[in-house]
Write a new protein. Structure first.
Lengths: 359, 203
């Protein structure tokens, strides 16, 4: 990996002027690399393929999301994924393998510090070669779909609408372009490019109320249905020789048990989970870990972090915007609240105003 | 060390010299300054060191060197006046994110001229010391926060915020647990793994 780095950095450098240039280079790559079968055939062949493979476009938002989710569980692929956010551009090489209902994913970052992230269903291993540390965790949220969609099913449809707006090519693959627009001003909208054939998401933009793109992510190059061996990835995932392994443990709790209540709920957002990190995970001399109470409206999520107010550390109530992720900090009684989420700042302010200490 | 206006100007030219940006008359003047004053030569070396560290994250290992740290600390203590000015500047300036043209500090094209000047050097030194060079909102928007050596002020479109290791930790936690989205599986996980806002948090 370290040997590869200079070359990758060169690629990043060349792409550094913006996602579009990056995508353009990726497309050029894709044309060179893609096997004939994966590249869209031209002319009559395209129409023939479209008439046999293409299913009717889903009629509502739940069907669109279900289709996109299903596609991620059925297709194996190798590709280059590019994320552009807050003026910075990151990219990674992705391997994705499905066998039955098992999924393994490997993400090798091409920009920033080297990271290898492996995911086996909900289990996530993050290798950090520069510090020889492997972080092992189980992410509950990865298993919540499609239950999330079912339980909040009416919720998503109640707060967003889906509209097909056209067809475009992404990474050399024909896609449906779908816009998920919020019905109120408490959330952002999304524009999604999904493979026509299966619904696999190839590009995603998060947009604010003015239609400005806050963040976008896309495959710049993608090979579908690549024969990959799941065993091999699983072996790599567990190869921790020379690494210190750290397990991330979270204590499940409830906001009620922690003494908090959201007196005024925020429309569409339901409480999803509440955690506290055990003291053992603390860095020496560090502060107590805050409670993390999470909410979701099905598409956007919000975390409320609450910790005891500390005059030394919490000096200034503030707001911060990094791409689609907004953050506000505020003092609530003898506590300090950090509200964070992929929602407009005004939505976080509603959360902050509604949060109360139980008497 | 007393910092006067002319010192700052010479400091700028030494920074430009280290970047290889000086030509002709300016170049000759900077060389003459180095010849005259050994501290100029030292600061020329410092600019190169900082440049090297920013360009190559591996060199961050230097932060475990106690002697280096104490030296850095004493240098930082001397930069107080400049830092206050920089902070005040920040507060009175609104920055349009679309007009900001500088690139991230980890980009190899990162140009030193953006952080030229002694005050900015202090800010960068703080980041290097902490081992955190934020991927976004970097460059001239950063200033050393006077009262605490553990945080960095960042100007965002919404105002000034203290961006410290703690905030990075919370961002990471939000991404780990908070990804409760129908888009998480198709795209969110890849997005978070690719775009890591907190590469150094769990060191």
């Amino acid at each position: 990996m370290p040997l590869l780095k200079p070359r990758h950095m060169c690629v990043a450098e060349r792409c550094g002027r913006g996602l579009w240039l990056g995508l353009a280079l990726g497309l050029a790559n894709a044309v060179l690399v893609l096997p004939v079968a994966a590249a869209p055939p031209a002319g009559a062949a395209l129409q023939a393929a479209a008439s046999t493979d293409k299913v009717a476009e889903p009629a509502n938002i739940t069907d669109w999301l279900m289709r996109m989710h299903e596609a991620s569980r059925k297709r194996s692929y190798v590709g280059t994924f590019v994320v552009s956010s807050a003026g910075a551009m990151s990219s990674a090489r992705i391997w994705h393998v499905c066998q039955g209902d098992q999924q393994v994913e490997r993400v090798e970052t091409l920009t920033g510090p080297p990271r290898s992230v492996y995911r086996y269903n909900k289990q996530v291993h993050t290798f950090m070669p520069d510090s020889k540390l492997m972080l092992s965790e189980s992410r509950e949220s990865l298993g919540m779909f499609p239950d999330l969609l079912k339980s909040a099913g009416s919720g998503i449809a109640g707060y967003y609408t889906a509209q097909a707006v056209g067809h475009e090519r992404v990474a050399g693959i024909q896609t449906d372009v779908v816009e998920l627009r919020p019905k109120d001003s408490l959330r952002f909208s999304y524009r999604i490019w999904a493979e026509e054939k299966s619904g696999l998401v190839l590009k995603l933009q998060t947009l604010d109320a003015q239609g400005q793109v806050l963040e976008q992510a896309a495959f710049s190059e993608l090979q579908l249905d690549v024969p990959l061996k799941m065993d091999k990835l699983l072996q790599m995932m567990d190869k921790t020789d020379g690494y210190r392994v750290e397990k991330l443990k979270l204590l499940k709790t409830t906001a009620d048990a922690e003494g908090w209540v959201l007196k005024t709920p925020v429309a569409g957002f339901n409480s999803v989970s509440c955690y506290r990190r055990p003291a053992a995970n603390r860095v020496a001399g560090g502060r107590a870990e805050p409670m993390q109470w999470t909410f979701s409206d099905g598409l956007a999520s919000v975390s409320l972090f609450v910790e005891p107010f500390d005059k030394q550390q919490h000096q200034q109530e503030s707001k911060l915007s990094i791409g689609a992720t907004q953050t506000i900090t505020r003092r609530v009684d003898a506590y300090w609240l950090t509200a964070m989420g992929e929602v407009p700042l005004a939505t976080l302010q509603l959360f902050a105003a509604g949060l109360e200490r139980k008497r | 060390m007393k910092t006067t206006q002319s010192d700052v100007v010479v400091g700028d030219s030494i920074s430009a010299l280290a970047d290889g940006e000086l030509r002709g008359e300016e170049f000759a003047r900077a060389l003459a300054a180095c010849e005259r004053d050994p501290t100029m030569l030292t600061s020329w070396r410092n600019y190169h060191l900082i440049g090297d560290v920013l360009r190559s994250p591996d060199l961050l290992a230097v932060r475990s060197d106690a002697r280096f740290l104490s030296h850095l600390q004493s240098r930082l203590a001397q930069e107080t006046i400049q830092s206050v000015m920089q902070t005040a500047d920040l507060k009175s300036t609104t920055i349009n994110p679309h007009s900001v043209t500088q690139v991230a500090a980890n980009d190899a094209l990162f140009r030193w001229k953006m952080v030229a000047g002694v005050a900015s050097m202090a800010a960068v030194a703080v980041m290097v010391w902490k081992g955190v060079v934020p991927l976004s909102l970097t460059g001239s928007q950063l200033a050393h926060k006077q009262s605490s050596t553990d945080s960095v002020l960042v100007a965002s479109p919404q105002g000034v915020i203290v961006r410290d290791a703690r905030l990075e930790e919370l961002l990471a936690a939000h991404k780990q647990v908070g990804g409760n989205s129908a888009l998480q599986m198709p795209s969110g996980f890849l997005r978070n793994a690719t775009f890591e806002t907190s590469p150094h948090v769990r060191r």
